[in-house]
Every structure is written in C-alpha cells, then in structure tokens.
Design a protein around this ligand. Sequence first.
Ligand SMILES: Cc1ncc(COP(=O)(O)O)c(C=O)c1O
Length: 372
Amino acid sequence: MSTIKIPILDLKPEIEEIADEVMASFERVMRSGHFIMGPNVKAFEAEVAEVLGTPWALGVNSGTDALFIALEALGVGPGDEVITTPFSFFATAEAVGRVGATPVFVDIERDAFNIDPACIEAAITPRTRAIIPVHLYGHAADMDAIEAIARAHDLAILEDVAQALGGEHRGRKLGTIGDAGAYSFFPSKNLGAFGDAGLLVTPDEEVARTASALRKHGAHRKYYNERVGYNSRLDEVQAAILRVKLPRLEAQNAGRRRVASAYNAMLADLDGVITPSEAPWARHVYHQYTVRILGDRRDHVREALAAEGVGTMIYYPVPIHQLPLYRDHAPTLPVAEELSREVLSLPIWPQMTDETQRTVVDALRRALNQAS
Ligand SMILES: Cc1ncc(COP(=O)(O)O)c(C=O)c1O
C-alpha cells in the first residue's frame, strides 16, 4: 500500500491560520495559573449559548460525557429503555448503558443515514423513556416526526450533535430542539479542541442544574456533595482554544458546504456512486462527505484509493446492534446493515482545494473501473 498523500482530514491549514492567536491565549491561561473552571470556561459557555440560542450550555470533558450526564440529568436510569440508531459511533449506545438503561435500536433512513421515525413507534414499550436521534455526518434527523412521537408518548429527546454543530432543522440549530443536546469537540469535529472536550445544552433549568452538579462530583457547592457524580469538566486551556475557533465556525462550515457541493457536481456522472442528499428542511454541515458505493465493491474501491494515496474511512463498518455486546438480542435492521457495506467517507476539510478534490475524484473513477 502506498503512503497516504491526501488524508481524509487535514487540520493543518486551519491550525496555521489560528496558531498565533491560540499561542497568545494559551500563554494568557498559563500565566494566569487558573486551569479548572476559570473565566475561559464561563466565557465560552456564554458565547456558544449565544451562537446556538440556548439558555444553558455546560462545558464537559467529552461528547461521550455530555451524552451520559444529559441522560442522567433527564432522569433516565436502570430499567429504562432508550430508542436510538445503530448507525452511529459506539458512544451513543454506550452512554445509555452507562446510566444503567437499555439501548433499543431501530432502523435508519437510506437517504440521510439517520434514525427512521417510521420505525420508532413500534419499538416503544412501557419502559421507554427517551429517544436519541444522532444527526449523522452533519445532517439533521427528521425532527418534526421525532418530536411528534416524543410528545404523543411523553418521551424525552436527547440529540446527539457530536457531528453537527452549526447544522439546522427548519432554521433551528441542531442540539437545541430536544430536551438536551450533546456536542463533541474531539479534534476532528466541526469545532475541534486540541484534545477531548464536549458540551451539554438544554432549555430546562432543572436539567442544567443537575447536569452542572453531576460534572463536578455531584456538588452544587464545593465539598457539599449531594449525589454521586463525575469529574467531567471542560478545562481552561481547551476553552481558550475553543474561544479562538468559535467565531470561525460559520466560515468553516461554509467551507465544508462549498467542498461538498463541488464533490456533488464532480461525482454526478459516476455510475454506482450515490452522493449525499440534503433535505429541503436541513442545513447540512458535512462533518463527513459520505457516498454509497453500490454493487458490493466498496472495500475494493477503498483499497484502490489507498493504493493511490487517497485516505477514506468507513463510518461505520459494523452497526452497533451487530457488535458482540448486543447482537444476541438485536433485531435484523436491514437498511443499517446494507448501508454499513456501502458507505465510504471521502476526504473533506474546509480549506480543501478544487485541485485536491479533482485528484480524489479521478482516483475514485479509476478505482470504480478496476472494481467493476
Ligand atoms: C455520533 C457521535 N456521538 C458521540 C461521540 C463521542 O464524542 P467524544 O469523542 O467527544 O466523546 C462521537 C465522537 O466521535 C460521535 O461521532
């Protein structure tokens, strides 16, 4: 296999653009000697709340922590069931298990790769407490239908927005539609820290209060712990870096949309390749640009691309319900299983040039010819 010349994600152009500002803000934090729950965390929470239009935004250690702290703050626990998609990163289901509840997987839609609302109702039991839609790759789940089901059955909605910061559903910011939203600032995300970091948002003051205590060992007031919590704080250095990057998020997402629309045009005449769609009510922020390779040849195409130095990824090769942990009790979910054999994420980052995209597309054309 030749070495990768075009990675699936290149963070360096953005890092070069912000390096001086990041170094200056890092130096300010370092010289302040204040590293935990300091002014940058407070300011970042206020700034990101303003961008999202949400009353409560709490910095935490990671997107994973944001998910399980949100579930616990929403009152989900042992004996409860939570309906979610099997076509996601493991953390979505893991968070449900972490609070002692059971994930119930339902199938997904072919177009947007997101949970299929038509499958949710049949999975509801007296134990169902919540639904976790994941806005996969940056495209909104069908929130109109999901909200209607949640209202009818009195279920909470926790949005997994790890991949979709800045994405929208009918003009509403993803993560602010349900009872809580969990964002990840893992470095590869649309807003990436320089390490692990995450954010929990909610419109509900009581949920925010509980979550705020949970992230600090279950204490509203230091040393007056009221429940068993976690150590899950966003640190000052990461918050300072995120504050440098947040004002650029819109431009970064616009860059991703530009690259995606150029790919759509370049790939339009390729047989057997389905490009991603964007629902009329969605604003896609292309955390991933994921195509479907039809005809049982995705893995060959991926190998041929790698031989030409083009990096790709498969998100996700095994739907969560088929992992050993769940598969003995899981239903067959045909769409998720089929798509896990077809999806291929191509290189995308906001500053990607037309020329680099052409190189990817030419290599893909050759790879498809070889594999057919
Ligand atoms: C859909 C989804 N949910 C949750 C997470 C977990 O986020 P983190 O890595 O910040 O814990 C990720 C991150 O990879 C993700 O893609």
